[in-house]
Write a protein that binds this ligand. Structure first.
Ligand code: 5AD
Ligand code: SF4
Length: 486
């Protein structure tokens, strides 16, 4: 599962060569150097040192964690999923405040573990680290942390690891922004048969509630040929499903030297032999083109699922959110998508409690939920993020009003999804088998093209295979079924 190429230099060479200045050669040099540090630690401990990468937040972070794990594996660490490990890395999220609070909670717990294991090292990275106030707090209250880095310099993790090994005190390296994209570093995938692929980084939209543009920087697209090359390598390594990742995939390629649209990129990816399924996330409604709908409609590989964040159904609130579409425009877009691709599942994100939102505005949101008939909607309580325009708005909504609106939205979403998801009952659909069922090991868990989960009796030999499943019974958001013929 290692997407390692052969740019490695041997450990002996690393002693003598100058530190390369260009990437990724520089990082391969530091991987070799870090290997020696890990080897020395192994001799000291009398066993292979262990490490654990804990991920908070979105799929973007999950993919970043696979990059960290790829480097850690190369340097000789044993990867485990237990925070008792000798080296613990928290890849953080800051999109809502509760994500930050969870990290502080974990750090308190790690501190006591570190007292018992003096070899233990702790690193923090990800979006939360791009906030200066967070760094100040860690420097003051969590002095035991060994390494802190951000989202823009994650590619130099091997180099930072060496700096950490060579320093007693806290190492901090945070960049404000970058236009750099470093290709061809090792990655270790969590799943052998599916993978996330970054197609772009950052966001230029500045929705007024959102901290992402501040912590992930400006939009930069990877070159299509790099993306295609990566996917071809993944397919050769057993991957059948890819998830193309970007904060706003619909604006992919606009700023490349040779501009290309997201729909054109999809058309190229579709041609890759051996690739079975293509997913992508996230689409901004304002940039979703007719060209994309057309490509999806005729595609055999693009999954029948579109995540189309609504955020609010009230045009007034949408305007304050700087979303750049109205309720009517969103509804028209959803209608067009449903007309062109009738079997598609639509899912969405909703925020309740944005400054100035009244219960009438919430009713507008509920109206959109009813009209669009989402298969699922992730509903969030508005979280004030320092530095965003919305945080400075005076009309913050009282907690009880937010709670009332939130409960109403949640109830609507749940009722809607129940009837919507069940529409395939009695049908046969293809499912990609992802894992053994957590509750019952005689079952496996698979995913339909439209992203719905199905549990059915089968064994581990089917993991990674796409098989026909009879959808016997819908239980809310998922199905129970059995394997059958197509
Ligand atoms: N408060 C609550 N939810 C937020 N999101 C982004 N920023 C905030 C915030 N400040 C939600 C949006 C976005 C999803 C990833 O997180 O709904 O689509
Ligand atoms: Fe945040 Fe808006 Fe960018 Fe999504 S599109 S990451 S909500 S600013």
């Amino acid at each position: 599962m290692n997407d390692m190429n052969n740019k490695m230099i041997s450990a002996a060479e690393a002693e003598y060569v100058q530190v390369p200045e260009t990437e990724p050669a520089r990082q391969y040099y530091f991987i070799e150097k870090a290997k020696k540090h890990v080897e020395a630690l192994k001799n000291e401990l009398g066993r292979t040192p262990t490490c654990c990468v804990t991920t908070f937040g979105c799929q973007m972070n999950a993919r970043d964690s696979e990059k960290l794990t790829g480097i850690l594996r190369q340097t000789g660490y044993e990867i485990i999923e237990n925070e008792e490990a000798d080296f613990v890395i928290y890849n953080t999220c800051t999109v809502r405040d509760n994500a930050n609070q969870r990290v502080y909670g974990r750090l308190g717990f790690i501190n006591s573990m570190k007292r018992k294991n003096p070899h233990k090292r702790v690193a923090l990275c990800g979006c939360m680290m791009q906030e200066p106030s967070v760094i100040e707090k860690i420097k003051k209250s969590y002095r035991f942390v060994d390494l802190i880095f951000g989202t823009h310099n994650i590619y130099k993790f091997a180099e930072l690891l060496c700096t950490m090994f060579e320093n007693e005190h806290m190492v901090i390296d945070i960049w404000k922004d970058t236009d750099k994209i470093v290709e061809d570093l090792p990655v270790e995938r969590k799943y052998s048969f599916k993978s996330g692929i970054n197609i772009m980084f950052g966001c230029n939209n500045f929705c007024s509630y959102c901290i992402v543009p501040y912590v992930r920087g400006r939009e930069r697209s990877r070159k299509p040929e790099e993306i295609i090359k990566e996917i071809k390598n993944l397919v050769a390594d057993g991957v059948v499903e890819v998830m193309l990742l970007g904060q706003n995939v619909n604006s992919y390629g606009k700023n490349l030297e040779e501009p290309i649209s997201f729909a054109q990129l999809l058309t190229q990816i579709e041609k890759i032999e051996g690739l079975e399924r293509i997913r992508f996330m996230t689409s901004h409604p304002k940039d979703l083109s007719d060209e994309l709908i057309e490509v999806m409609k005729h595609s055999k590989k693009i999954c029948r699922h579109l995540h189309l964040p609504l955020q609010s159904g009230s045009t007034r609130i949408l305007q304050a959110m700087n979303r750049r579409y109205t309720k009517e425009q969103y509804l028209a877009l959803a209608k067009k998508i449903r007309q062109e691709i009738p079997d598609i599942s639509l899912t969405t994100d909703i925020i309740v409690g944005f400054p100035g939102e009244t219960l009438e505005d919430v009713e507008e949101t509920i109206d959109v939920i009813r009209q669009v008939e989402y298969d699922n909607a992730f509903t969030f309580i508005y979280s004030k993020r320092t530095g965003t325009p919305a945080a400075a708005m005076e009309n913050q909504v009282p907690e009880e009003v937010v709670k009332e609106g939130f409960d109403k939205v949640l109830k609507t979403v749940q009722d809607m999804a129940k009837s919507r998801v069940s529409r395939l009952t009695g049908k046969v659909e293809l499912a990609l088998v992802e894992e053994i069922n957590e509750q019952d090991s005689s079952f496996v868990t698979g995913r339909l093209s439209n992203n719905t989960i199905v549990h059915f009796p089968a064994d581990a030999s089917l993991i990674g295979k796409i098989v026909p499943v009879y959808l016997e019974e819908c239980r809310g958001f998922y199905y129970v079924g059995r394997m059958t013929d197509m």
